[in-house]
Design a protein around this ligand. Sequence first.
Ligand code: CDP
Length: 788
Amino acid sequence: MAPKTTPEVGGMGHSIKRKEDPRFIRGKGTYVDDVVLPGMLYLDIVRSPFAHAKIKKIDSTKALAIPGVLAVITGKDLEKYNLHWMPTLMSDTQMVLPVEKVMYQAQEVAAVLATTRYGAADGVAAVEVEYEPLPVVVDPKKALEPGAPVLRTDKKDKKDNHIWHWEWGNKADTDRAFTEADVTVKQDIYIPRIHVASIETCGCVAHWDKVQDKLTVWMTTQAPHAIRTVFALVAGHVGLEEHKIRVISPDIGGGFGGKVPVYPGYVIAVAASVLTGKPVKWIEDRMENLQADSFARDYHITAELAAKKDGTLTALRIKTLADHGYTDAAANPSKFPAGLFHVCTGSYDLKAAHVEVDGAYTNKPPGGIAYRCSFRVTEAVHTIERMTDLMAHQLGIDPAEFRIKNFIKPEQFPYKSALGWEYDSGNYAGALRKAMDTIGYADLRREQAEKRQRGELMGIGISSFTEIVGAGPSKHFDILGLKMFDSCEIRVHPTGKAIARFGTKSQGQGHETTYAQILAEELGIPAKDIKVEEGDTDTAPYGLGTYASRSTPVAGAAAAVASRKILDKARKIAAHLLEAAPEDLVYEPGKFSVKGTPDRSKTIQDIAFAAYTNHPQGMEAGLEAVSYYDPPNLTYPFGSYICVVDIDKGTGEVKVRRFVAIDDCGNIINPMIVEGQVHGGLSMGFAPALYEEISYDEIGNVQGGSFIDYLLPTAVETPKWETGNTVTPSPHHPLGAKGVGESATVGAPAAIANAVVDALWHLGVRHVDIPITPPKIWRLLREKGITE
Ligand code: CDP
């Protein structure tokens, strides 16, 4: 679709350069660690070497003797103010600092406050802690066995490690469909723990100003308003009421869901600032970030799919065990303990489905964050895309043909899934056909057949995913009771320039550019004349923040609605200036003119000036509006990815030779930014498919706690992405847009895993869990006797 506005105005569809980049490229961004205040103190944290142990004694004597060390804060100190525990976003409880025992390796044990960062680190090394090790539970299956040590002894009535059972869908219909099915497939799938590993670790600067009676916290948070409310709920009783708290999220170096939770370090820094009356900085290092911050995934899934002989899919049945570590600190909407996992019927017209999920406690850090996915959608997509492929191969039908046969058809939208979601729009076959044409699917299948004759291992994998983003309609979505709307406030200045403030917070996604483009599209004010601000609770309207690709579906919609409120007033002012009736004016972006006499017109800049200098009698001055947008539904972006792999029989290495990604996120605001989002997302899908995993040994030692063991692919390993798109607008979003930030992370792993299984199917391989590492494949090849 051709853009409605000129390149100078830069509305939707223009690839204008990112407004935020000049400061980033020049190293002039302001991240939390750039905030330096006079008299600032530094906090560092003593962490547990044990995964489960009683704390018998904490001796601070040697630490306090180090020059510059001012205090060692323990759980007992916080207990005096009832601040040693805090609520998690899923209404579980999490220790700020322990009083009795630690529950995972690298858990916070005590905090050292010093006048320098080095002094604080020296203090940490000098704190002496006496532990008594306790039995460790690492495997969530064993955690649920009778007789397993009960971990949450703080919960008086807790007699086991089971957190919750949750189920969704129609069990009877699903079981019947399985009984009646001609073909069924069943597979255990493990989606391992991984870490967001964003460039910037977490941290904060807390400043309690006694004179102003005000706490300001600069912090790495994706949801500043919600955090302010949580702080007030936790510490209101000691005088930190919400109006006295200002949370500022400055520039953030990547969040990906990992910067949604409240980490103990934030709370200890705030407590330390309140106790000392001085600003306190806490910045975690890379190993603390990898070992102690919330993790993603860790789902043990057993999935079954049923079909008729002719290849029509009929039903899906899933049982899952979710390892949450020692507390359920997932950032899911309250109503859905397994997030939006029940979008697991994916892009297929399945008549029946039933999902069961159980949560378990183990001696690991809290898990369950939504790592660049809308609350467990990656887990859902990986499962359905692996299962669909398994069924296609089982039936001997080409996986592309099989998908096209079973897709929800364009005319079926809005489509109600067997698990209750109402998909807004889609053309799944359109995206898959485009991907097949782009990659030359038929030729690749011919090449594969020839290579197989020669004993070479080549595979082609498809993933045709459906995402679910834009949480969410407030009737279903809240976090800790806070409804999941989002907001935009616009002020147009007399000279026709504007400022727009949002309840979201960009962590690299380019909101300063794309939100300005939405205003440019609606108001006709050039994007360069619009300042976008986010992340300051004292100035921005209340919103739930940026995660789960919700910014465009929710705050982007708020920007359009607020702009339209401004246009309503602008029309009246224009009518006054043109001495015409408001209904006799026609609007094109940036200009009202009188019907039939286009040269009688007023620009938005004329109107803005008049709003402060010559507004009609009886009308309030000014040109401002605010919208708190409650979406009527979620948006359902989708795409089809095709991946070609070659497997080295000597080393077991999987090489991604080609990867074509066709995405559909409805109407696009900035094509260049969308392409960038897809590139980044694909890389973050490629990484867990082949490299990333955090595992634990039997006594709870973390494996993968530094970048020596936790493998991130670099630009050298990452394939060249071939991207494209189709456009199927969302019918309910004011701009027809859907989210896109996470689509590629969600969709990519299954395409890679399916390609690997496709390469090995003729050898009897039915499934390989991610990460698909060379040793894993090499062992498989050796079992089959075909290693070189
Ligand atoms: O919530 P988050 O910003 O992570 O995700 P998003 O709403 O999917 O947006 C990611 C980036 O892509 C933002 O800068 C959006 O404005 C942009 N985008 C776009 O230009 N067109 C779309 N249809 C969707 C997103």
